[in-house]
Design a protein. Structure first.
Length: 352
């Protein structure tokens, strides 16, 4: 009995210093996130996650002691675990009833722009020499829902921190351009509220920017754009699953024959994606009250911002200089292709 008691207690004893090791870095992350989230609410077109990444990079560069080994476990915990939890919480904002409300007529435009973004990332990424994680994250961020899609993909494929920074910077740049340019262009082209909402919902990257562009055009356009954007968010599940499977196969090809192994189901279907779907199901069933939506959205934003602060604190400024203008060039090409493609698909399907 004495041996059993000692063996049961030993994991707890081992877990305690592990948490203590994470705590100093995690406290730094949380303090910076508490500064970044209010900034994001003041300037929604930028958003808390982008502010979090920038603050992490700048503070880490100005105060080098914060990049010491003592803080690394906390940054890793934030950039991995908190990132996954944030995707689950964000799922509570997605009602499948809203998805059904979009209608079959909008699906060809949404699926078409998705194909344009992902296919364009593969083609133009190769031409520009933007490959690997950076190519994937810019493509998925443009195709689905900006920072949230980048976060989900990062959590699934364990993308390099420098690639996350490139992708977020690219998405942010064209979010700002879209919010400023889309409403006057929509009026100039004589688009109706639903047509503009579908255009903004499929061609603007981040949810906050979709809201800003849509409601700048009209109330009805903003409502429709938001529902289209939420529907696009569902594509996170098949896209991330596909990327996980591709990454596993690539890793197996790079291994020796003796070290190859089958992909466990937990890796093929990451638990945070299951949580995302469960959260959306609870919201659809009415088990997540409407009056809690703003609180949950704030929690999700805080978590994803904390994760990106951790990523920013782990980055070295020199790592961001290596790729030069090419990631931004890829983002520009994809943004133009998706924007024009959305209008073209609306014309082709008669929704414009």
């Amino acid at each position: 009995m004495q041996v059993e008691v000692r063996s049961q207690a030993s994991p707890e004893a081992a877990a305690k210093p592990h948490f203590v090791e994470r705590l100093p870095g995690l406290l730094v992350v949380l303090v910076l996130a508490m500064a970044a989230v209010p900034l994001g609410r003041l300037v929604p077109v930028v958003g808390g996650p982008v502010f979090g990444l920038v603050l992490g990079v700048l503070v880490g560069a100005v105060v080098p002691v914060l990049r010491g080994e003592w803080a690394r476990p906390g940054y890793e915990f934030a950039s991995k675990f908190l990132l996954q939890v944030s995707i689950v919480v964000l799922g509570t904002g997605l009602s499948l009833q809203q998805v059904a409300h979009v209608g079959v007529g909008s699906l060809p435009v949404m699926l078409g722009t998705l194909a344009i973004a992902l296919g364009g990332a593969w083609l133009f990424g190769r031409l520009l020499g933007v490959r690997g994680d950076t190519q994937t994250l810019i493509g998925v961020g443009t195709a689905i829902c900006g920072a949230s899609a980048i976060a989900a993909t990062t959590a699934a494929i364990e993308a390099k921190k420098s690639s996350v920074a490139y992708a977020l910077a690219t998405i942010f740049t064209f979010n700002v351009v879209a919010v400023l340019a889309f409403p006057p262009l929509g009026h100039l082209m004589g688009l109706g509220p639903e047509a503009f909402g579908l255009w903004a919902g499929t061609a603007v990257n981040d949810t906050s920017s979709v809201v800003a562009a849509g409601y700048a055009f009209s109330q009805e356009a903003g409502d429709h754009a938001l529902v289209v954007k939420l529907t696009r968010s569902l594509m996170l599940v098949p896209i991330v699953l596909g990327l996980v499977i591709l990454k596993s196969r690539r890793d197996n090809r790079n291994n020796t024959d003796s070290s190859r192994q089958k992909l466990p189901w937990r890796r093929m279907l990451p638990l945070f994606l299951v949580g995302f779907l469960v959260a959306a199901g609870l919201r659809t069933a009415g088990l997540v009250p409407d009056e809690r939506q703003s609180d949950l959205a704030l929690v999700g934003t805080f978590l994803i911002t904390s994760a990106l602060v951790g990523i920013g604190l782990s980055l070295r400024v020199g790592e961001l200089r290596k790729a030069g203008w090419r990631p931004l060039g890829l983002g520009a090409i994809l943004w133009v292709c998706v924007s024009l493609g959305s209008l073209g698909l609306q014309l082709a399907t008669g929704t414009l």
